[in-house]
Design a protein around this ligand. Structure first.
Ligand code: GLN
Length: 258
């Protein structure tokens, strides 16, 4: 594991948040790593020190001291390698989640949260952190996506590309409602999942830079757990919100050829 604590750990208030980036070399489709960069910058701009720890394939992941864990998406082959690694640490990951640890999981990473997913015709056991499971279907669900969600003041915009169809258990809260695109299964109109401080989603793109509301939700939840406060210094998000709004309006107006 490589920890990249910034040299200055005495920012205003001396607050530090540790981000565990799980398997960046395996699960990094469509710029998923940009999500880490975004979290890091939004913390630094507020005087919170980000301590980014990359968990690589030969490491034994430890969640002790972790405030935000992030897992991206990847091919079925890479997803399977990661699944086997994480299953060995299932109890520790479950304890982290049940204790309110913040976990953001995109696409292939999202599918691992459930009890199982289908890889070709093989049903692969997942981490069973959240009551959901994933089948796959034809065609792949590919394209731009817009989601309305309670965790973000702006619509969440991004890109999805998955064969998986994810089914939420009875009473499980989705991340939001699909306004454009496919989401969990292309049928129910739901996208992603919210469970405790876990956010699972099919939105790549990367998710956080164009959706600062989601980034701040993750930071606020981890600040609350560690420091007992959800108050975040406001940032000038003119550029981020412009990117978000352009994508939202163009998609909703039917101006984008898929
Ligand atoms: N392999 C999975 C699927 O196609 C996840 C793909 C991804 O992470 N984009 O459903």
């Amino acid at each position: 594991m490589t920890s990249q604590a910034t040299e200055n750990t005495t920012h205003r208030g001396g607050r530090t948040l540790r981000i565990a980036h799980l398997y960046p070399e395996l699960l990094n489709l469509y710029g998923d790593s940009g999500n880490i960069l975004c979290l890091r910058r939004r913390m630094e701009w507020r005087g919170i020190t980000p301590d980014v720890m990359e968990v690589h394939v030969d490491d034994t992941p430890s969640f002790s001291g972790v405030d935000i864990a992030f897992i991206g998406g990847g091919s079925d082959r890479e997803q399977r390698i990661v699944c086997d690694k994480l299953l060995a640490e299932q109890a520790e990951i479950r304890a982290f989640v049940e204790d309110g640890g913040v976990l953001a999981a995109v696409c292939g990473g999202y599918q691992l949260l459930g009890s199982s997913y289908l890889m070709a015709d093989e049903r692969v056991e997942g981490l069973s952190l959240v009551d959901l499971y994933t089948d796959h279907g034809d065609p792949r669900l590919i394209g731009n996506i817009v989601v309305e969600s309670s965790i973000s003041p702006q619509p969440i915009v991004g890109y999805e590309n998955h064969a998986g169809r994810t089914h939420l258990g009875e009473g499980v809260t989705p991340l939001g409602r699909v306004l454009y695109g496919h989401g969990n299964d292309g049928v129910t109109g739901y996208e992603g999942v919210l469970y405790k401080n876990v956010v699972g989603t099919y939105v790549h793109g990367p998710l956080l830079p164009k959706n600062p509301g989601v980034a701040d939700y993750l930071i606020a939840r981890s600040m609350e757990r560690k420091y007992g406060t959800t108050e975040l210094e406001p940032l000038d998000d003119t550029e981020e919100l412009a990117a978000n709004q352009v994508m939202y309006h163009r998609l909703m107006a039917g101006e984008v050829q898929e």
